[in-house]
Design a protein around this ligand. Structure first.
Ligand SMILES: *Cc1c(COP(=O)(O)O)cnc(C)c1O
Length: 391
């Protein structure tokens, strides 16, 4: 006979292990949020933790677009996309982004996580091969597992190793998946080399541009454009709307044929409620703002340069990143947590990222910059980093 308590006992044991290792994660309630200002535990903090890279999550025009759409469409979409939930703002957003980025078609998912599960499990099957960077986001890994294909991971950004994995795949249908910007390191994938490799080897290249879209490239189109590439080089792309766009949801962009297949076979598209139409309307408005106001990206780039210069003067170990993700490598989890807490005492919110989110021994402070920060706030953070510097 099975023992119902066994599950709870095991869960408690695993929790205990995590606690003992100093790796237990906590959900903190944010009591107030106004731009980069947060209140947590009654304390007012300036946040360097948000993915709202352009300061659009509370932009008046974006909020107004959401309110107006909510007045017109209500709050819930009331159904899945295939059953009457696909409303005007969803369709418009898919068209606008596909056209802007030069793809035949786009498909809206409720989150980026679901989009990646949908793409991989919807297009790949047993007998196929999915080649991935070791530092790819968890949902790309999970998507390949769900697909039941062979998952082959190559060392981070190692194009030669990726080539060997593709060669080993032989004639099996193969998809090469990479983050455009790696979420915990902030560095870019070598997209021109990977695009060439995929073309040479006949693999389908899929780029998850969660952190590049809106931020990188001359017009904010993303990491492929930053590298001088476009839809021809990156046939399939995922962009999220919950990061630089400041809203929520995600789009998969690609050739009509593949998008049509996802409509049929991507279970995370088919079997879930369409996101609120007002959120799609807000995302359209946010994309208009980011296209119209390149000064947001210019200010952000200036802040990135300012932070990097300051942090390296202080002797912190920066990573190879030109993006607003600027982690400071600390090493031991305990030291990263202590530094994060010392910063919080001084009014700065910069979370420590520990294993298993990042490899053991590479705990870090994940600093993210936003166009909503002022130079003086970056200087203030640097000053606090100087005072709180580990011995
Ligand atoms: C955040 C993120 C996702 C997931 O997107 P959500 O919309 O937050 O679910 C996927 N891939 C990468 C690289 C990310 O950073």
């Amino acid at each position: 006979m099975s023992d119902a308590a066994a599950i709870a006992t095991r869960a408690a044991a695993r929790l205990g292990e995590r606690e003992a290792a100093g790796l237990r994660r906590v959900v903190r309630e944010v009591e107030r949020a106004e731009g980069v200002h947060l209140r947590i535990d009654g304390r007012d903090l300036v946040s360097f933790a948000s993915n709202d890279y352009l300061g659009l999550a509370q932009h008046p025009e974006v909020v107004r677009a959401m309110q107006e759409a909510a007045n017109r469409w209500g709050v819930g979409s009331t159904a899945a996309h295939l059953l009457g939930g696909h409303r005007g703002p969803h369709a418009r957003l898919e068209r606008e982004v596909a056209e802007w980025l030069g793809y035949e078609a786009g498909l809206l998912f409720s989150t980026g996580y679901l989009a990646n599960l949908g793409v991989l499990a919807g297009l790949l099957q047993d007998g196929d091969v999915c080649v991935q960077d070791k530092l790819n986001h968890a949902c790309l890994i999970d998507g390949a597992k769900l697909a039941g294909c062979a998952l082959r991971r190559y060392p981070h950004n190692d194009v030669d190793a990726a080539a060997r994995q593709l060669d080993a795949a032989g004639d099996a249908p193969t998809l090469l998946a990479t983050d455009g910007v790696f979420s915990m390191d902030g560095d870019l994938a070598p997209l021109p080399e990977l695009a060439r490799l995929a073309r040479d080897r006949g693999a389908l290249l899929f780029v998850d541009d969660a952190h590049g879209f809106g931020v990188l490239g001359p017009d904010g189109q993303g990491s492929p454009e930053h590298c001088g590439l476009g839809a021809r080089d990156v046939p399939l792309r995922m962009v999220t709307l919950g990061k630089a766009v400041g809203c929520g949801g995600a789009l998969v962009l690609g050739p009509r044929e593949l998008i049509d297949a996802l409509v049929q076979f991507a279970r995370p598209f088919v079997y879930t409620t369409a996101l609120p139409p007002a959120l799609a309307a807000a995302a359209s408005a946010a994309i208009q703002v980011l296209r119209r106001e390149p000064q947001r990206r210019a200010h952000l780039q200036a802040l990135v340069a300012r932070f990097r210069a300051g942090a390296s003067r202080l002797g912190y170990a920066l990573m190879d990143s030109v993006t607003p993700i600027q982690p400071l490598r600390i090493g031991e989890a305990g030291a990263a947590v202590a530094l994060s807490q010392a910063l919080m005492q001084r009014g700065w919110y910069v979370p420590a990222i520990r294993p298993p989110t990042v490899p053991a021994g590479s705990a870090r402070l994940r600093v993210t910059l936003s166009a909503a920060h002022a130079e003086a706030q970056v200087d203030g953070l640097l000053e606090a980093l100087e005072q709180a510097r580990p011995a």
